[in-house]
Ligand binder design. Structure first.
Ligand code: FCB
Length: 504
């Protein structure tokens, strides 16, 4: 069976919901009584909105506070990735990536949009850093563009590319924000694609070399590294459906790619250890809780296999050192994955990690025939179903099944049809309720014993949403692409208060 679910199809179905976790309860701080006062803000940079000069519309139920306080030092954060925000596609010696090639190919992205300019963060990062500070962010998750560091994916590093990330990291630290860097958020150097990309085992070794270069430069200043962002999305969207770069449609190749991405992860973990760094490292996995759409035996079996393809295929090798037997059996002994695993690979892939980054957007409801159905309201992203309890279920499940590895949520968010109103505000009340309800689920997971240490909204600002181009807005901060003006949305004001209160 070939399963493709990263952007699940829609429908409607009843479903059983996974049983609640039975974890050791960890006390969570009592509800806040006094909301913190406003923090004084600095003078804005010219042309940059601040978090106080555009006031959101009057509060509605979306902003209602729940009185749930988070543990002290909880890492309130926001996330971005290089290709989605940086622009500056040709600056300072940057090489081409597969997303440059893909987005410039007619018909691949909405409206032919590319990341050539994006949110122009490469040039505007100082003002963006100030906005992060004004939000009160404690953690910022960004990615490093491999083609800025090694334009052709191999060989001597491009110092000007590395310097950008050094300036960014310095700017974060100066503002009291902890950097969390992803090594690979899908922008493979095109030159490596030309020699087979992730189908070629050698790409995993090239990735390890690149990772070493980055660790040698920034390793001491970045306390937390993430290796490969969402290998599953590369497998499913890049190699099965083909609507992400490199746009292939070859299921057998896709699972070979899955293995090489995981090998790349493991080799990078070893590189970090080899530097003697005390920084932490882990994978960034998008996990989808899978629920049976009815209570038949056939549906339970289909759901279990579906879960194998969605979750265990990526969790088991890292945390147990083996691929899930049901998925391997389903792919068959002649699959490229089965034939491509070499001695020592799983030992490398299961090199101990320090944390697990979880990205949660949607549940999946599985039918007896292995199809999917929709049960909850969707969003502008047709693949998404809004189901906050899925956050609780997936967090408690990974802790139950894989042990008490520290967890960070590195992505969770909602695209909304945001527009700049005449009074200069952006009222994204839907995003506020989404974040509030998912944070409430995260809070419950902490109370149930999940070692969740931080949470990052996807995304800090509107950006290039892959094949959707600029048509979907996921940010706390609105980007007017014509002028590159930033306008904090209602959700940004709300999140700032949440961070100040350490409570929702
Ligand atoms: C995740 C990606 C991220 C963004 C969000 C909406 O799958 O990691 O770059 O596209 O979805």
């Amino acid at each position: 069976m070939s399963i493709v679910t990263q952007r699940p199809s829609q429908g409607a179905a009843p479903a059983g919901v996974a049983a609640g976790a039975e974890l050791t309860a960890t006390p969570v701080a009592p509800a806040a009584t006094e909301p913190a006062g406003d923090v004084p803000l600095p003078d804005p940079a010219p042309g940059t909105a601040t978090l106080t000069d555009t006031h959101p519309t009057p509060h509605t139920a979306a902003d209602a506070r729940l009185g749930l306080e988070f543990p002290p030092d909880f890492g309130w954060g926001a996330a971005t990735s290089a290709y989605q925000i940086e622009g500056a596609a040709k600056d300072d010696g940057r090489g081409e990536s597969i997303w440059d090639t893909f987005s410039r190919t007619p018909g691949r992205t909405h409206g032919g949009d590319t990341g050539d300019v994006a949110a122009d963060h490469y040039h505007r990062y100082p003002a963006d850093l100030d906005l992060m500070r004004d939000l009160g962010l404690r953690s910022y998750r960004f990615s490093i563009a491999w083609p800025r560091v090694q334009p052709d994916g191999t060989g001597a590093p491009n110092q000007r590319g590395l310097d950008f990330y050094r300036r960014l990291v310095d700017g974060l630290l100066e503002r009291g924000i902890t950097p969390m860097a992803t090594l690979y958020h899908w922008d493979l150097p095109q030159a490596l694609q030309d020699t087979g990309g992730w189908e070629n085992r050698d790409t995993a070794h090239r990735f390890a070399d690149y990772a070493r270069t980055v660790f040698d430069t920034l390793g001491a200043q970045v306390p937390t590294w993430l290796t490969v962002n969402e290998p599953k999305t590369v497998v499913q969207n890049g190699y099965i459906i083909g609507h992400h770069a490199p746009g292939r449609r070859d299921t057998d190749a896709a699972y070979m790619v899955a293995h090489h991405l995981q090998l790349a992860h493991g080799l990078a973990v070893r590189q970090l250890r080899d530097t003697g760094s005390r920084s932490r490292i882990g994978p960034a996995l998008n996990l989808h809780p899978c629920y049976p759409a009815d209570d038949s035996v056939a549906t339970a079996e289909a759901t279990r296999l579906y879960d194998g393809y969605e979750n265990r295929l990526y969790l088991d090798p890292i945390f147990t050192g083996s691929y899930p037997a049901d998925v391997l059996a389903d792919l068959g002994p002649d699959s490229r994955l089965a034939r491509g695993i070499r001695d020592g690979d799983l030992a490398a892939i299961s090199s101990p990690v320090d944390l697990l980054a979880v990205q949660y957007y949607t549940p999946i409801y599985v039918t007896a025939t292995g199809g999917t159905e929709r049960r909850w309201p969707t969003s502008v992203a047709a693949w998404q179903q809004i189901f906050p309890d899925g956050m609780y279920d997936i967090l408690t499940r990974v802790t139950r099944d894989y042990g008490p590895v520290p967890i960070t949520v590195t992505e969770n968010g909602l695209p909304t049809p945001d527009a700049l109103a005449a009074d200069g505000t952006v009222d994204d009340a839907g995003r506020v309720s989404f974040l509030r309800d998912h944070l409430a689920a995260a809070h419950r997971a902490i109370a149930a014993g999940v070692p969740l240490e931080s949470y990052h909204v996807w995304s800090l600002m509107d950006n290039f949403e892959w094949e959707q181009g600029y048509a979907q807005r996921w940010g706390l901060i609105y980007v007017d692409y014509a002028t590159q003006r930033r306008v904090p949305k209602r959700s940004a004001h709300w999140y700032r208060q949440v961070i100040a209160d350490n409570a929702i």
